[in-house]
Design a protein around this ligand. Structure first.
Ligand code: SF4
Length: 189
């Protein structure tokens, strides 16, 4: 069903959810099943994902309200249009296929990587959020969006069509505009 993200493996060299891989698609060929690339191996097909959890935490993947309001004033409301701006990026199931596919992760273990950067983008686009500046130290660092060379393999293997490559490129544009704004209009933000 591709909902829990816990069965990611390399199947004949490709990162896939094994719950979503069907024997009929392999036409009687030998099938080689291995643990996900680019992660230490705990045992058999189990990988160690602490580094990913640290990267995920580092981008503050939660709504940081623009201003706190008393609970009696009700919820932080959002229109369907505002929701559509980021909904695609909420579909991530943390399966890590995108990390196994990413050639930059293969070269640099410290790269924050596709899923964590897509999730940062998800919260930066949220109309209720005011945490973009707090995330920028990690997101717009050399280990963040600028380490991505837009190969796009992450988006090709993503079983939830999150398109992390698009999220990263959009974040690059946004970070560049913020950089220019800060220099041309100091104090405007
Ligand atoms: S972005 Fe896609 S491939 Fe990457 S962890 Fe999320 S669901 Fe998996």
């Amino acid at each position: 069903m591709a909902v829990c993200g816990s069965c990611g493996m390399m199947i004949n060299g490709e990162p896939k959810l094994s719950c979503h891989a069907f024997l009929r698609d392999y036409g009687g060929r030998v099938i080689r099943v291995e643990p996900l690339d680019h992660f230490p191996i705990e045992r058999d097909l189990v990988i160690v994902m602490e580094s990913f959890i640290d990267k995920l935490s580092s981008v503050k993947p939660y709504v940081i309200p623009k201003a706190e309001k008393p609970i009696e004033q009700g919820e932080y409301l959002q229109t369907p249009l505002q929701l559509m701006a980021f909904k695609q990026y909420t579909q991530c199931i943390n399966c890590l296929l995108c990390y196994a596919a990413c050639p930059q992760i293969a070269l640099n273990d410290d790269f924050v990587g596709p899923a964590a950067l897509a999730l940062a983008h998800r919260y930066n686009l949220d109309s209720r959020d005011g945490g973009k500046g707090e995330r920028a130290d990690v997101v717009a660092s050399n280990q963040g969006i600028w380490e991505c060379t837009f190969v796009g393999a992450c988006s090709e293997v993503c079983p939830k069509h999150v398109d992390p490559a698009a999220a990263i490129q959009q974040t690059k544009i946004s970070a560049s505009l913020d950089w220019f704004k800060a220099r041309l209009l100091p104090g405007a933000n």
